[in-house]
Structure formats: structure tokens, C-alpha cells
Design a protein around this ligand. Structure first.
Ligand SMILES: *Cc1c(COP(=O)(O)O)cnc(C)c1O
Length: 404
């Protein structure tokens, strides 16, 4: 059985994309026919074996899946627990994002589109999209906030090297949320030949469902690897949350496990009380952004507020609607970790295991030290190591210059 074929879960959304009251399709009328076309198309391939055979082929031989489940023995000894890392950092292009862009790229081809567009914050999703565009012979345009273009020069160059065109978006705060607005606008007028690849489990239906389906391979593999490597079902499963795609992929097959508590880690930035953070679930309120209803950082007047995190991938004021639902249903626990705690974990994992994590993933690692020691003792923990730290080296050099 091809493991990439999505499974239907009890917490799937209804046919209009509602996870409880969250999700949906809050978009201008001009966008509706395009989303309905995509929705119809997704229904035809969601369980079609021939389509997933192509995904299987590329995932195994191009992306490098399955990603290892690695027993981190030094961390385990230090904490007197069994710590297992799901190594998404070893995927081609260095993170989990390619799991999603491979499938959406194949969808674009099947739908007869010749161009793809993507939004990007730090540039990781832009790079993963430009990569599949090169692989599949599609034209690629990436929308990126002007501020991020400046901050992430290396990724901008990488996208250009891969043949993509990068648009620096000057509107609003010139960051990710504005890039996504512009990408949606561009799509409305170019949908005939253009496919929009969204990079996280957010946006209007069917994107949150699609992206969750495409990332669920992470926990499908992890569960089988636990059995094959003779580990217990985990007591905890941890993942960091930007829009929430690596977390949903890591949680999907564990949520219904009675023994397992899934915990999503948001960006605590400079501390929740500082006002500079990305903790949409902790401090946001339900609101509409990018075509979905979900928790959102907003002012009392409903203006979207800027998020902040040391890690650009967690720096998003919204969150995928499925997380809002899972939180309100009490199925998943959410907490947060500050910049400083994440940086400590960045150094800790590098030195203990010889693995340099992405700043985002360091948030999930840091949470190990926030669980009381007595509570952690003897437990089994699976952590989504969503990406590698290569992209963060220049920033790390600056932040850690007095420490190393
Ligand atoms: C983009 C990114 C994230 C955050 O995105 P999610 O959709 O929340 O997973 C986390 N880790 C890495 C390495 C990323 O590149």
C-alpha cells in the first residue's frame, strides 16, 4: 500500500472546509470559481493510486524519504527519557516544505497549468517551490515581502539560481502576510495557466486540508519506524508552529493514540508580555486572514498585528484553522518558547548530537527543558526536527558571537 495516499481522519473538515467553526473560504467572489475548480480536482486525485505513485517515486528518489527516526542518545541520557528525532532536516532543500511542494507541483502539471506562484517569508517555501518548478519544467514566480528580500538575500539568490522570478512586495508591513495577499491577487487574474502553491496548512479551503494530507507522511512513517525500531508509542509528540504544517504532519497519526499527548510550540519571541511574539493561539482571537477563520494576532479594532520571532518561519500572525479547532476541542496542547530558550536549544542539540537544527525546530527541542524533569523521566518523546540550520548560520554567527 502506497503510504503517501492520504488517510481520512475523524477531524477532517466538512465539504466547505470547516474544522468546527474554523477554516472555510472567506474570499472575494472572483476567487470562488478558482477555489472550486481546485477543490473538485483535489477530490478526483485524493485517493487515486496512479497519482500517488508519482508522488511516491519522487519522494523516495528525489526528496530522500523516508526520513530517519533517530534515537538521540545523549539527549536521552541527559533527560533520563527516550528522545527520538524525526529528521525532516535531511530532506532535499533542508526542511519538510518539499513534502508539500512536490505534491502541489504534480497537481499543477495534472491540471495542465504551466506556471506556479508561491508566497514566502524567510524564503524556505520559495526555494522548495522554485525547486519543484525546475524539476517539473514549470515557470515560477515567488512573492516575498520587500523587508524579507533584504533580510534573506541568500535564499533570494537561490530562488533566482533555480530559475524563479522573485517579486519584492512593498505593501503593508512588507512581510509574509503582504506577500500572501499579493500572491492571491496575482492568482485571481492569472488562474487559467497558474497554480498557487501555498506553503503551510492555512488559506482558504481546500489548502489547509491538502497541506495537512501532504505532510501526514511524517507521522505515518514515524509510527511505523517506532514499531520497527522497537520503541513504545510516544508519551509526547512535539513540533514547532508557524502556520502549522510540520506540526499537523507530525501529529496526524498520533492524535487518536490514547497514550500520546501532542504539543504544538508557538514562537514566544521576546516573551508574551513584551508584545513581540508569534503566539497566535495563546494571545490571538478568532478572525479572518487569507481566506480562513482562525486564531489571529489582532488589535481591539481587528487590525492584523505584526508577529515577531527570531525564526522567520514562525513569524506569522495567523495559524492554520485545524490547530484552532484542535485546541478548542482539547485534542492538542499548545505552549510557547522564547527566542532565548530556542537559541540555547540550538547550541545544545548542535553540541550533544552533532545536529544543527533550524531556529524553528530549535523551539520544539527547547520545550524538552520546559517539561518538569520528574514528568519527563522514563517517557518516550518524538520531536519533529522540521529543518536544518544551514539557512540560519549568518544570523546565528551574529547572535552567538560573544558566547562561542
Ligand atoms: C517554514 C518552516 C516552519 C514553519 O512552518 P509550519 O507550516 O508551521 O511547519 C518550521 N520549520 C522550518 C524548518 C520551516 O522552514
Amino acid at each position: 500500500m502506497n503510504p503517501y495516499i492520504p488517510k481520512a481522519f475523524p477531524f477532517d473538515p466538512d465539504h466547505k472546509g470547516h474544522f468546527g467553526k474554523f477554516g472555510g473560504r472567506y474570499v472575494p467572489e472572483t476567487l470562488m470559481p478558482i477555489l472550486l475548480e481546485l477543490d473538485e480536482f483535489y477530490k478526483t486525485i485524493r485517493f487515486e493510486e496512479a497519482f500517488w505513485d508519482e508522488v511516491y517515486e519522487l519522494s523516495e528518489h528525489y526528496v530522500g524519504r523516508p526520513s530517519p527516526l533517530y534515537h538521540a542518545k545523549k539527549l536521552s541520557a541527559e533527560l533520563d527519557a527516550t528522545i527520538l528525532l524525526k529528521r525532516e532536516d535531511l530532506n532535499h532543500t533542508g526542511a519538510h516544505k518539499i513534502n508539500n511542494t512536490i505534491v502541489q507541483g504534480l497537481m499543477a502539471k495534472r491540471m495542465g497549468k504551466t506556471k506556479i506562484i508561491a508566497e514566502t517569508g524567510a524564503g524556505q517555501h520559495g526555494v522548495a517551490s522554485a525547486t519543484v518548478a525546475a524539476l517539473m519544467g514549470l515557470e515560477c514566480e515567488v512573492f516575498m515581502g520587500a523587508k524579507d528580500v533584504e533580510r534573506q538575500k541568500l535564499n533570494v539568490f537561490r530562488m533566482k539560481l533555480l530559475g524563479a522570478k522573485v517579486h519584492a512586495v512593498e505593501s503593508g508591513s512588507s512581510t509574509l502576510k503582504d506577500a500572501m495577499n499579493d500572491a492571491i491577487r496575482h492568482w485571481v487574474t492569472n488562474a487559467r495557466d497558474t497554480f498557487y502553491i501555498i506553503g503551510t496548512a492555512a488559506g482558504p479551503h481546500p489548502y489547509p486540508l491538502m497541506v495537512r494530507d501532504f505532510q501526514a507522511i511524517i507521522s505515518d512513517e514515524a509510527k511505523k519506524q517506532l514499531v520497527a525500531q522497537k520503541f513504545d508509542m510516544p508519551d509526547y509528540v512535539l513540533a514547532c508552529i508557524g502556520g502549522g504544517s510540520n506540526a499537523l504532519g507530525m501529529f496526524a497519526h498520533f492524535i487518536e493514540e490514547e497514550k500520546t499527548q501532542c504539543i504544538g510550540i508557538e514562537a514566544g519571541g521576546r516573551g508574551l508580555e513584551s508584545g513581540e511574539h508569534g503566539a497566535s493561539l495563546a494571545l490571538g482571537k478568532p478572525g479572518v486572514l487569507h481566506g480562513q477563520l482562525s486564531y489571529l494576532l489582532q488589535s481591539d479594532e481587528g487590525q492584523v498585528e505584526e508577529a515577531y520571532s527570531i525564526s522567520a518561519g514562525l513569524d506569522y500572525p495567523g495559524i492554520g484553522p485545524e490547530h484552532s479547532y484542535l485546541m478548542e476541542e482539547g485534542k492538542v496542547r499548545y505552549d510557547n518558547v522564547t527566542d532565548d530558550e530556542a537559541m540555547d536549544a540550538f547550541v545544545w542539540l548542535s553540541r550533544a548530537e552533532g545536529i544543527v537544527p533550524a531556529f524553528e525546530s530549535a523551539h520544539a527541542i527547547a520545550y524538552l527543558k520546559k517539561i518538569p524533569k520528574e514528568e519527563l523521566q522514563g517517557k518516550t518523546v518524538v520531536i519533529s526536527l522540521s529543518g536544518r540550520g544551514d539557512k540560519d548560520m549568518i544570523q546565528a554567527m551574529d547572535i552567538l558571537k560573544d558566547r562561542l
